[in-house]
Design a binder for this molecule. Structure first.
Ligand code: SF4
Length: 434
């Protein structure tokens, strides 16, 4: 039996796509290579979001073909999409795929292997990302060993924030057909998944004809069993509509957690980042969300050391983050990316300063998590698995997306009502609620 191995860099969407490639290869009769065993097929699912991610992608591509000269090596994704023809020519791989042709990756690999390319010959399927219009459907029927499943419903972005290469690396917005989304969710539900996370690059911009994200959620609620809950991976504040909030408030099956990237908490920084809101607008909307859904937790992304970020701007950002009472922060130091508006700006912040600011915000995130966790005495928890190395301890997340652990002598599964007994190290210890 032929074997494969996939190396994944970057975001949750990349992880999803790697899971899809694995499922397609398994369907075609391949199996995962055992640890330490040389695989017949190697896929590197690359990333370009930061300089470090791009450099790691480059190193992995170069290393894998050198160490596995007999394997079929495919480089896929955002890093390869951003390379010019000459740079792609220089890569030592058998197949290069960018932002398109991902849905046929497994069949392309199998066909190329059967045709036996001559050494040094490579297939290059990268095309201009701005021309992409088709959503490539990548359904995954089951996520083995997990109660939480992911479902990619959208790809690409038209927003062009000043620091971000994603619109170039993934192309324009495109969404999956609503009926296909429903069918994938039904398959996941039939495989026993109790929570489905709708994911994409710019999920809030999901739209297909007159079906927007709220309508899609309504269709999903209607067409899957009552025990299946939904979570949104991330959404922009400008896309949290009144109709979405009404639906969330009315349906306990849409879990009370939103991840809303703020990126900076100072109007001057936000304007340079080309983000489509001011701090006051963001805060006002947060208030409205919390009024409608009092038990919601809201987390966020922040970039430190963006071009021109002064000490004063950073202090304002820090204050804003506290005022907004986020449940936790994902903090990233700014990384200069070619082809973005910020790349042409002046006033780059010293790397050490950006790192110190990142550390400060990570410390703040711990405090914010603690404060948010203290708001809840009860919640629901989706059991994910037994904690590695901890017999009879089970781990999972609460509805508000805080990590939790629970002790049980009998195996636990599914979603349970829990009472919090303790919270330490950004995690609850809980017991089953009587
Ligand atoms: S919304 Fe902005 S940050 Fe997010 S993917 Fe689009 S351009 Fe990048």
């Amino acid at each position: 039996m032929k074997t494969f191995e996939i190396e994944t860099l970057g975001c949750k969407v990349n992880e999803y796509e790697s899971a899809f490639y694995a499922s397609q290869l398994e369907k075609a009769g391949f199996c995962h290579a055992a640890k330490g065993e040389a695989a017949d097929v190697l896929i590197i699912n690359t990333c370009t979001v930061t300089n470090t991610a791009a450099a790691k992608s480059r190193r992995k591509i170069n290393r894998l073909k050198r160490e596995n000269p007999n394997a079929f090596v495919a480089a896929v994704g955002c890093y390869t999409q951003m390379l010019d023809e000459q740079q792609r020519q220089a890569l030592h791989v058998d197949l290069i795929v960018g932002a398109s042709h991902k849905d046929q990756l497994a069949s392309t690999i199998i066909e190329a292997m059967n045709q036996k390319q001559s050494p040094g010959q490579k297939i290059d399927l990268v095309e201009e990302s701005r021309d992409l219009t088709r959503f490539e459907s990548m359904p995954i029927g089951s996520f083995e060993g997990q109660h939480r499943a992911f479902l990619k419903i959208q790809d690409g972005c038209n927003q062009y924030c000043a620091y971000c290469q994603i619109p170039l690396a993934r192309g324009p917005e495109r969404s999956q057909l609503p009926m296909e989304v429903v069918k994938s969710a039904q398959d996941l539900a039939a495989s026993g998944h109790l929570e489905i996370v709708l994911t994409g690059i710019h999920t809030g911009r999901y739209h297909f004809r007159d079906t927007n994200l709220t309508k899609l959620l309504e269709m999903l609620l209607e067409n899957t069993s009552e025990e299946v809950c939904y979570r949104l991976s991330s959404i922009e504040i400008t896309e949290v509509s009144d109709e979405l909030l009404d639906l969330m408030a009315a349906s306990p099956r849409i879990l009370p957690h939103l991840h809303i990237p703020i990126q900076a908490g100072d109007d001057r920084t936000l304007a340079r980042m080309k983000r489509p809101y001011t701090v006051a607008q963001f805060e006002k909307r947060l208030e409205q969300i919390r009024k409608k859904i009092p038990d919601i937790s809201i987390s966020t992304d922040v970039i430190t050391g963006f071009v021109g970020e002064s000490d004063e701007e950073f202090e304002t950002t820090k204050q804003t983050l506290s005022d907004c009472r986020f449940s936790f922060l994902h903090v990233f130091p700014y990384s200069r990316r070619k082809g973005t508006a910020a790349d042409a700006m002046t006033g780059f912040v010293d790397g050490h300063k950006a790192k110190a600011r990142t550390d400060e915000l990570l410390a703040l995130s711990k405090q914010l998590r603690k404060d948010d966790m203290a708001r809840f005495e009860r919640s629901q928890m989706l059991i994910e698995r037994e904690e590695p190395g901890q017999k009879n301890w089970y781990i999972g997340y609460t509805s508000q997306y805080h990590p939790a652990r629970i002790f049980s002598m009998t195996p636990l599964r599914g979603r349970i009502n829990v009472k919090m007994t303790e919270s330490a190290d950004e995690r609850y210890t809980v017991v089953v609620e009587d």
